[in-house]
Design a protein around this ligand. Sequence first.
Ligand SMILES: NC(=O)C1=CN([C@@H]2O[C@H](COP(=O)(O)OP(=O)(O)OC[C@H]3O[C@@H](n4cnc5c(N)ncnc54)[C@H](OP(=O)(O)O)[C@@H]3O)[C@@H](O)[C@H]2O)C=CC1
Ligand SMILES: O=C1O[C@H](COP(=O)(O)O)[C@@H](O)[C@H](O)[C@H]1O
Length: 483
Amino acid sequence: MDAMTFVLFGATGDLAKRKIYPALYNLYIDNKLPEGFSVFGLGRREISNEDFQASVRDSLHKFSRRLGIGDRLESFLSSFRYSALNVNNVEDYSTLLSAVQERENELKIPENRMFYLSVAPEYFGTIAQNINQSGLGTVKGWRRLIIEKPFGHDLESARALHESLEQSFAEEEIYRIDHYLGKPMVQNLEVLGFANPVLQALWTNRYIANVQITANELVGVEDRAGYFDTAGTIRDMFQNHMLQILMMVTMHLPKRSTPEEVRMKKRDIVASLRPIAKDEVINHVIRGQYSAGELNQSPVPGYLDENGIEAGSRNDTYVAAKVWIDTPFWSEVPFYIRTGKRTHEKSTRIVVEFKEPLKMSSDAEEEAAPNLLTIEINPMESITLQLNTKSAGSDGKLEPIHMHFSSNSKNAPEAYENLIHDAMLGDSTFFAHWDEVELSWKWIQPVLEAFKEDIIPLHLYPAGTNGPEAAHQLLAEDGNQWW
Ligand SMILES: NC(=O)C1=CN([C@@H]2O[C@H](COP(=O)(O)OP(=O)(O)OC[C@H]3O[C@@H](n4cnc5c(N)ncnc54)[C@H](OP(=O)(O)O)[C@@H]3O)[C@@H](O)[C@H]2O)C=CC1
Ligand SMILES: O=C1O[C@H](COP(=O)(O)O)[C@@H](O)[C@H](O)[C@H]1O
């Protein structure tokens, strides 16, 4: 891997402390950082290098699961420098440029610069522009820009953001983080397809009855009311993470592919999503909001009673939808997608339900359970195939059995580790490319409008339950059920 300077905007923020520093540290102790590696943390506040290193040390103590391994923390921290910078002030970038160049010379490393924007999205365009104007982005080596979500608030704002970024950075230099694409089981979907002919052969509408994608959460709005009450689950989870999983599970790859091939396949899927007109949203999408309920036998407040939520807010904390992909592989297969906060479980999973088995014999009225392939993504990482077999007893009835594989996820790299490492290598396979981001917003725009205009019901569900009843009806009307 190339030696580089990692320039982190928002170095004093929550995401840096909870995710980025632990990810960098884990990469360091796994010897996955390059020889010459230097970090510049940036924020408005004035702090010394020592205080910055101390705050990184604190966040590792709090958030890293691997601090006990080895005693390399201090040498890791010695790569960290801090520079005060206001993103709107071009002179601050020039000061930073001098400091970065001095460090590059000191370490004798080439001008490879990774810019990570862990700040509010309204700054993305300005930062990209100022990086260029100040000369910080003029390099003899390579430069890359990692940006956090959310990428826009709707189709129009996403396009505006893209236009402002593309004035300063080429698409190949931009790495849009969707942390679900960094989850090992989501990355595994690419391999499951091409490495298992048995699955590859079955991966079509000929054999698959429906596909279900669930991301249930225990947590509520936490302390992010300001952001969440205007975003809702539809933008926070559905437009990005859920549609990315849908793309990953449905693209057909004949072999391990280049980032460009993956990008084209994902693009084809999202371009083939059957459009839902605004007045049709009511038939395909369920919108929910949690009311007061119970979790672990303790009462929890409803959404409207959470801190910082606007009185009478009609914001969505739950979305379920029935989606169709109009391609020869997937026509006639319903994809059911649901995600919600304050449900009864933390579980992200994909369940593929295969078509009904053939009747065993003409006179047997036996009910065979469907074959199900369940891929648990989070917090469990497992793959289970449900088959039918004869029961051991004398009656010889059918009973389901489970072939189960569970990975030892304790030591598996976390999503941010995988993604930052990939970006350092210049591998954009598991990043969201503009084409698919734009098409996702385009597809979801009528749903956003239906929510905004309040023309579909907002179903309440008590916290700690399995979502609104209407989400179950959505499948029941097709003769299906959530698994
Ligand atoms: N936190 C999370 O769990 C997640 C966050 N994200 C995204 O990551 C990004 C960062 O979020 P988060 O860390 O939570 O935000 P925080 O509010 O915790 O941190 C914001 C950071 O931006 C810096 N900052 C703010 N204004 C300026 C400015 N004018 N000039 C320079 N620096 C500035 C702050 O430093 P200072 O105050 O010193 O200026 C601080 O370091 C956002 O895009 C968010 O949507 C995405 C997924 C999850
Ligand atoms: O991006 C987000 O994801 C989390 C859920 O992530 P997970 O890895 O725990 O499944 C969600 O809670 C948050 O609201 C959203 O912004």
